[in-house]
Design a binder for this molecule. Structure first.
Ligand SMILES: [Zn+2]
Ligand SMILES: [Zn+2]
Length: 334
């Protein structure tokens, strides 16, 4: 399933004139609107990626097909729910005000649906600097979720004084999560992508005429989904990361580019890791069970039991069960 973080990195915006960044407030509002509006702006690419998740559904029947249809329905709803959110910002504190630097604590309320109970609210601290005529964001941080900004070890703060050293902070009294700072750097604007694209165009088997071929085609289908999804992702990310430079400082932009470069350099390895290999096939008449092994580096490193059935001239996948390499007990549903 696609993570929210990944969706956030996808957006399509027309290249136009630079947005207004003449005040710190305008930069912050512009940045937030751009960032939070990404899923809706990219609904087309997002829809395409979700469709790729159910690629080859015609080769599935029975329970496996039902699960794919259910997935398709969930994907449709996810696309339908994408709307441009309403964003409200309120500056709660201003400090370090100078001609070329400012720190603003901003309460951000984001309303994604018509249900007011589902609005999310948080306080973000923006540090900005003036670069030429434009205010750019140098750093975004938010209150530490563990100590709520105090910087003190929440365990020590609650517990009665005792001679034993607190295991959470090793006796320092400082919050372990933020190391006593009370805040954490917010990185939700950084692109987080996982790409699986080999340097040469791969060939995918699409032969379902016998059990062996069908097992191999099933394994390739999984890989093909990842490959095709990665292509969509890469295309969009390549074109659009540059847009961030309107609001982020050159230093933050370097981090964004480094993140993308890292996933690009890892994509060949990742593609190999997404591979499934057919370990064995047990054939009984018109039915067969194929056991597929994942690569150790696979995102979901579980062994798959693929139940297949002959249906006319072709073999169809009727059920897929997964079993964690380390887990005990019965295999669970896909
Ligand atoms: Zn903390
Ligand atoms: Zn402690």
């Amino acid at each position: 399933m696609l993570s929210a973080a990944l969706v956030v990195t996808l957006f399509l915006v027309p290249q136009g004139t630079a947005p207004d960044r003449s005040t710190p407030e305008k930069t912050i509002t512009g940045f937030l609107e751009w960032k939070e509006g990404m899923p809706a702006r990219n609904s087309k690419a997002f829809k395409h990626m979700l469709e790729l998740e159910v690629l080859g559904a015609e080769h599935f029947a029975g329970k496996a097909r039902e699960q794919m249809d259910a997935q398709r329905e969930r994907n449709r709803n996810a696309v339908a729910a994408l709307g441009t959110p309403t964003i409200e910002t309120k500056v709660v504190k201003r400090s370090g005000d100078g001609d070329d630097s400012a720190t603003l604590e901003v309460e951000v309320a984001i309303q994604r649906s018509a249900d007011p109970k589902r609005a999310s609210k948080r306080v973000l601290t923006f540090e900005l600097k003036k670069h030429g005529d434009a205010w750019l964001i140098e750093k975004i941080s938010r209150e530490c979720w563990s100590c709520h900004g105090s910087g003190a070890c929440p365990r020590c703060a609650k517990a009665k004084p005792s001679k034993r050293k607190c295991f959470a902070c090793k006796g320092t009294g400082r919050c372990r999560v933020c190391k006593g700072k009370g805040f954490q750097v917010d990185e939700s604007h950084l692109p987080k992508v996982r790409l699986a694209l080999p340097s040469t165009k791969p060939e995918f088997s699409d032969d379902w005429s016998n059990a062996e071929a069908a097992a191999k085609s099933y394994a390739d289908l999984q890989l093909r989904c990842r490959y095709e999804q990665s292509k969509v992702m890469k295309h969009v990310v390549d074109r659009e990361v540059a847009r961030l430079a309107y609001w982020l400082s050159p230093r933050l932009m370097k981090e964004c580019h480094a993140n993308v470069a890292k996933s690009v350099s890892e994509q060949e390895t990742r593609y190999q890791q997404e591979r499934l290999t057919v370990r064995k096939i047990e054939l009984t008449g018109d039915k067969a069970t194929a056991i597929l092994d994942p690569d150790k580096g696979h995102r979901w490193p579980s062994v798959r039991h693929v139940e297949m059935k002959r249906s006319g001239d072709e073999w169809k996948v009727v059920e897929v069960r997964t079993r964690n390499r380390s887990a005990q007990g019965k295999p669970s549903g896909r």
